[in-house]
Design a protein around this ligand. Sequence first.
Ligand code: GAL
Length: 499
Amino acid sequence: MDHGVNQSRSISAHISRRRLLTASGSLALAAIVVQACGGQSPAAPAPTSAPPAPAATATSAPAAAPAATAPAATATTAAAAAAPAATPTAVAAPATTGAVLAVDNNIKGKLEIFSWWTSGGEVEALNATYAVFKKYFPNVEIVNAAIAGGAGPGGNAKAVLKTRMIAGDPPESFQVHLGHELIDTWALTDKMEPLDDLFKSEGWVEVMPKQLIDIASANGHIWSVPWNIHRANILWYNKKIFSDVGVQAPTTFDEFFAVCDKVKAKGIVPLALGESQPFHTAHVFETILLGTLGGDGWSGLFNGKTAWTDPKLTQALDTLKKYFNYVNPDYLSINASEAATLVDKGGAAMTINGDWTDGQFKSEKFADYGYVPSPGTTGIYDTLADSFGLPKGAKNRDAALDFLRVGGSKEGQDAFNPLKGSISARTDADKSKYGEYQQWTMDQWTKNQLVPSLVHGAAAKESWVTDYVNTMNTFAAKQDTAATLKALQQNCADAGGCK
Ligand code: GAL
């Protein structure tokens, strides 16, 4: 039985209805119809030929101020309510290939969105998506069901989501990493609707990189909408501390530890680490492995070409052990985001983490930071991507589909990503909306070797990630290299990756 075909038909029905509401999208509509029939679009509007946004509607868009502070741990209604426009009106046609978002007052009810985005940068970015959604679908009530601490196995978000999915009570949509987390945990277990038609009608097949669509796909269907592209292997540093100590950004492990020594000699903590929620040690070790094995060696850990008994594994663990000589002493009682705050407040010189740190620094109004690929990883992009899909049984399916349309749109991506620290999952991003780090890394993405992140769901199935993160959390507490090496080999065997 192919669930995909029937589900896709009803997505088409949803999209066709939406087309009728698009007052100014006739060019785009012609293009979409041709694309939907499998042809090339002769009339795909060039960026400059897109119809201008009607002034009246552009100014009536609700400006939902991103929350400057703390996360909504409990469900809250997001985005300021806007006075609904009297009639459906085309608004701010995105200057790009694909569908046009238009105001639709007929989409109503609750839209519950589930994620683990509760830190600075994450909250503002999510609110930016909500604000774009409310602009077009003002009569929908967004329920932000974000739960803190979900990235690692110690966190609640993934466990709560699983319980709800198994109980047949899915949210309208939820955050999920592209790659194995999406495919193995949700798509192949028949919990999601395929989104092939949505990708065609919105023009995403043309504007999203093939690598991303490929990792969102399995069994001939596409299962979720990429919201962003994140990079895991970045060393962030406090520029003032670096200039006070008189050091340059290191690129090799030798340079890195030389900088650590000089910073430590001045009485400053060199490296900020936060392991109160298991994850950061696993993340740092992922980057050390990458810097030790290289891109191909790293990828080989997941396709059987690199053995987990390789002597370089021991070398990488020795490097991690050395790393612990330079971390803040309270690393077991603060989390990774609090570790980044230490750098921002001058309490530590550096931290290795993904580029959500760029979003956090922006959120904390900290601008004096530098960044460089983590030691040994110049030219390599340790990649992950957040996405949202359509769970089977979503109560407000229409609103869920429109949420996905907003998230995948140029407008949605260019609202969310500049605040999140990630780059757009589309090739037509408006670069001027992004910060210095992001403009740099956008360029890197096109030139670097792309490899999948383990900790963030791309490289291996979720049970392996959980085991790996727990193994490294134990290392953080005990720093027992031999036991950790054995445990890592066992994790691989348990996941079926090491025969
Ligand atoms: C990642 C996620 C990012 C960011 C990070 C820290 O797994 O993809 O979006 O939120 O966790 O929470």
